[in-house]
Design a binder for this molecule. Structure first.
Ligand SMILES: *Cc1c(COP(=O)(O)O)cnc(C)c1O
Length: 385
């Protein structure tokens, strides 16, 4: 089949009109089991934990959008991550970005360390010397998140992937913040992409879902398929349908998220009540050049420091309305949150401080509302700081 451009694939990849009825949208195949013509002879599906046509459409669409070979859909981003970790032997060593999603850290530190004796070293993956020095005989995986959460640090995917290849180590990139519209980890040599599809991929804040895409390692893909079936953390047909629907507008939505975020970042940077703005699209962002090289645009997430401390931050966060005070990100609506108290509370305080997750640090997920309304609201809320 012809390889169409991304926006076309977001609408069509993995999806054919329904053979039985001609339905143009992939139906929600709400069926746990499938009738067989003869024992063991069926149309490719036997039981929905192993495979379901609605899920298959989503998995194939995501594989296409990431330019990988195989996609797998899970009940959450963390279930997807867990399936990747389950491919490792007990006692394996992982090197991970020190600034990462709190739930990923918790999965490593509070679950896999105990259940699979996984050893994890956290460091700044951009420090090549430290990265190389931390590789050990049992290092099997380098876990990258870029841009990171909440500091939006960019990890140089090409450098990390090249070093990993040299040592025969698998690389995983959590591509949640960028989405395949803004960043293609496989182009830089990464082996596996994971997503919290809860965020930009679904994009409408009404589903929890996760995705794994494998670039070209068939053996690894088979392992993940087996783990998906054997441990059962699958995405339901209904949620698969919703994510598939969300994907159709992903390229359009990302464009609008980036456009609004750019304007808000510039507004905040010029505001006297704001101490500092962290946004990869700003000239003042230390890794702006790397972000330009690695990403097509700079995304919808902005982190900034208010002038003041926890009290000023609290007052400000109580004041916004369109920017709803809530965890999560990547939906059509704008959200605002306080990482130190909310999303990153599971990261130990010393580590938070080292990373710069301060008490006056605020993170916004810029939505698709009219930019004038968003700017007006921020202006008003900043008056209480
Ligand atoms: C939300 C998130 C996850 C976890 O995904 P869930 O769908 O909530 O399980 C993982 N990584 C990043 C970067 C996230 O933002």
């Amino acid at each position: 089949m012809k390889k169409y451009k991304l926006s076309t694939r977001a609408i069509h990849a993995g999806q054919e009109p329904d053979e039985a009825t001609g339905a143009i949208m992939t139906p929600i195949y709400a069926s746990s089991t499938f009738v067989q013509q003869s024992p063991g002879v069926h149309k490719g599906y036997d039981y929905s934990r192993s495979g379901n046509p609605t899920r298959t459409a989503l998995e194939n669409c995501m594989a296409s959008l990431e330019d990988g070979q195989w996609g797998f859909a899970f009940a959450s981003g963390l279930a997807a991550e867990n399936a990747v970790l389950d491919t490792l032997e007990a006692g394996s060593h992982i090197i991970a970005m020190e600034d990462m999603y709190g739930g990923t850290f918790r999965l490593f530190d509070k679950v896999k360390k105990i259940s699979a004796a996984l050893e994890v070293t956290y460091l700044d993956l951009n420090n090549e010397q430290e990265l190389e020095n931390s590789i050990k005989g049992n290092t099997r995986l380098i876990w990258v998140e870029t841009p990171t959460n909440p500091m939006l640090t960019i990890v140089d995917l090409q450098k990390v992937a090249a070093l990993a290849k040299k040592h025969g180590i698998l690389t995983v990139c959590d591509n949640t913040f960028a989405s395949p519209v803004l960043q293609k980890p496989f182009d830089f040599g990464i082996d596996v992409v994971v997503h919290s599809a809860t965020k930009y991929l679904n994009g409408h804040s009404d589903v929890i879902a996760g995705i794994v895409v494998v670039k070209d390692d068939r053996e690894l893909a088979e392992k993940i398929k087996f783990i998906q079936k054997a441990t059962g953390g699958i995405l339901s047909p209904f949620d698969s349908f919703l994510v598939l629907r969300g994907l159709k507008t992903l390229p359009l939505r990302m464009k609008a998220h980036c456009s609004n975020a750019k304007k808000i970042a510039a507004f905040l940077e010029n505001h006297p009540k704001v101490e500092k703005v962290i946004y990869p699209g700003l000239e003042s962002f230390p890794q702006h050049e790397l972000a330009k090289k690695q990403m097509k645009d700079f995304g919808g997430m902005i982190t900034f420091l208010l002038k003041g401390g926890i009290e000023e931050s609290r007052r400000f966060l109580e004041k916004t309305k369109l920017f709803a005070l809530a965890e999560s990100l990547g939906g059509i609506e704008s959200l605002i949150e306080h990482p130190a108290i909310m999303t990153h509370a599971s990261i130990p305080k010393e580590m938070r401080e080292k990373l710069g997750v301060a008490d006056n640090l605020v993170r916004v997920s810029v939505g698709l509302e009219d930019i004038e309304d968003l700017l007006e609201e921020l202006e008003e809320a900043l008056r209480v700081v």
